[in-house]
Design a protein around this ligand. Structure first.
Ligand SMILES: Nc1ncnc2c1ncn2[C@@H]1O[C@H](COP(=O)(O)OP(=O)(O)OP(=O)(O)O)[C@@H](O)[C@H]1O
Length: 472
């Protein structure tokens, strides 16, 4: 191609470049117009951060000076007329990528020598002030050599949210979606790592609504079966679990003996599952393939656990009987939490009692997840979350007394030391009842499945083969 022909193509190339630029601009404008008001504010924040980053990073001490001239600069110096010209050190600024969302922005920044996670974390408070954000957190990014900076414009803890369960089976029944943390990031716990979770909090702080969400999100799946022992009600049609009752394979009221009998059945089921798990799944851990309809995840909620576990004191025969039952209940719950994980059994004791004996520490300490809604005293917070909550005043649930914090809980952070606060959404009883009624047909007693698996002449043959089935 001759130079004249190449020059002739130039207008076409420029035209194509302009057209591309225009298309990208239109896409951005359409995105902006269709965005929610919150998203629009975040887009503006992202633009501001992007354009002011180089100056701000320098002021925040996040830049480094590279004194050694680059090869390009040295060659330039060789050919320069002024051989004595001093080559200035270059200022290296961490490269960033900014993505806006409803609550703020997520920034991925590349580390530099002497500017890595710790330096970004130290600068977080300064960055929050400069960007006008309520909170900025810095955590390691998925890729080595990068950090993720989360900046939130408004406090997600102070905004009440509502969750309407869809009634559709969840894609992943191991995902326990708790809510949104103080950095507006989803707080999620995985059931395949969690054999037990304790839930504590003063009365009216949101425990029931929180459990309603768990139950009504998972209820449409045949892979999960639920049981409730409720220390506040005598029968399933009264109390907090009346709405979900049709989807429970068992409800036990506030009778210590009945609770003890049921817990013994569950420990027996746990033992029988342990005995069978290898022959059914080919591995000692059912989570490698399960759960399945015939080997469902079993969630056992022990509400007002102190009714069943507290230390009864007295020498009269009746009190002694209750004390023996309570001690046995504690032993059975401990067994389920200690040994239930690999066979798909999760126990969730809850309490509004602010004392250490409500959920004995030997149970609390083996539950990998401890959650606490607002508490009145630090002693109550310690009983719920463990002694080290004293060292994390910001996250202490005694500071959640304001009515706007109903539905906010505190849990241990899994990616760093300390605790994190989480806004849980409100789930109405009416929605829970709607889901329970629509999914009641999925309720099965898991004991019947284990009996079939153990002795049935059609052992395994009865069950559908395929991914996640009981095929050996
Ligand atoms: N996540 C939430 N967000 C906003 N408001 C909530 C939330 N959860 C509950 N509430 C409000 O608080 C009230 C009490 O909630 P809930 O019954 O869940 O408390 P609780 O801790 O279970 O109380 P109790 O221990 O007495 O049973 C609800 O009726 C609702 O108005």
């Amino acid at each position: 191609m001759s130079p004249a022909e190449i020059a002739g193509l130039a207008p076409m190339v420029v035209g194509a470049g302009l057209a591309l630029f225009l298309i990208l601009l239109i896409v951005q404008v359409v995105r902006y117009v269709r965005a929610t008001p919150g998203m629009r504010r975040s887009i503006w924040l992202a633009v501001r951060i992007r354009f002011r980053w180089a100056r701000l990073a320098e002021m925040a001490g996040l830049c480094v000076a590279d004194k050694k001239p680059t090869i390009g600069a040295q060659i330039g110096q060789e050919f320069s007329s002024d051989k004595n010209r001093k080559i200035e050190p270059r200022t290296l600024v961490p490269k960033i990528k900014v993505i806006p969302d409803e609550y703020g922005v997520i920034i991925t920044a590349t580390c530099l020598p002497k500017v890595s996670l710790e330096e970004f974390q130290k600068a977080a408070r300064f960055l929050a002030d400069a960007w006008g954000c309520v909170r900025v957190s810095v955590v390691p990014a998925d890729r080595p050599g990068q950090v993720t900076i989360r900046a939130v414009r408004e406090d997600p803890l102070a905004t009440t949210t509502v969750h309407v369960p869809t009634g559709l089976p969840p894609k992943d029944v191991t995902r326990w979606e708790i809510g949104m943390d103080e950095f507006a990031l989803p707080a999620i716990v995985s059931f395949n790592n969690v054999p037990g979770a304790t839930v504590a909090g003063g009365t009216g702080k949101g425990k029931t609504s929180f459990l309603n969400r768990l139950l009504s999100d998972l209820a449409p799946s045949p892979l999960v079966q639920f049981a409730v022992i409720d220390g506040k009600a005598s029968s399933a049609d009264e109390g907090d679990y009346a709405s979900i009752a049709p989807r429970l394979f068992r409800f036990v009221g506030d009778d210590l003996k009945a609770a003890n009998t049921f817990l013994k059945e569950m420990v027996d089921l746990r033992r029988r599952r342990v005995a069978l798990v290898r022959s059914v799944f080919g591995t000692a851990n059912m989570w490698h393939q399960g759960p399945t309809e015939q080997w469902p995840l079993i969630i056992i909620i022990v509400d007002e656990a102190h009714t069943f576990l507290r230390d009864y004191k007295g020498n009269d025969p009746e009190t002694k009987k209750l004390a023996a039952l309570a001690a046995d209940n504690a032993r059975l719950i401990e067994d389920l939490v200690k040994k239930g994980r690999s066979v798909g059994m999760v126990t969730i004791p809850t309490t509004q009692k602010p004392t250490g004996d409500a959920i004995p520490t030997f149970i609390r300490d083996i539950c990998p997840v401890s959650l606490s809604f607002a508490q009145r005293t630090t002693d109550a917070a310690v009983a719920a979350l463990g002694d080290d909550i004293r060292d994390w005043d910001d996250a202490n649930p005694v500071n959640l007394q304001h009515p706007s914090y109903v539905g906010v809980l505190v849990m241990r952070a899994d990616d760093r030391p300390g605790f994190i606060r989480v806004r849980t959404p409100y789930v109405s009883d009416a929605d829970t009842a709607r889901i329970a009624a629509a999914t009641a047909y999925l309720t099965r007693d898991p004991i019947a499945f284990i009996v079939a698996l153990e002795g049935g002449p059609n052992f395994r043959k009865d069950y559908p083969q395929g991914p996640g089935s009981l095929a050996a």
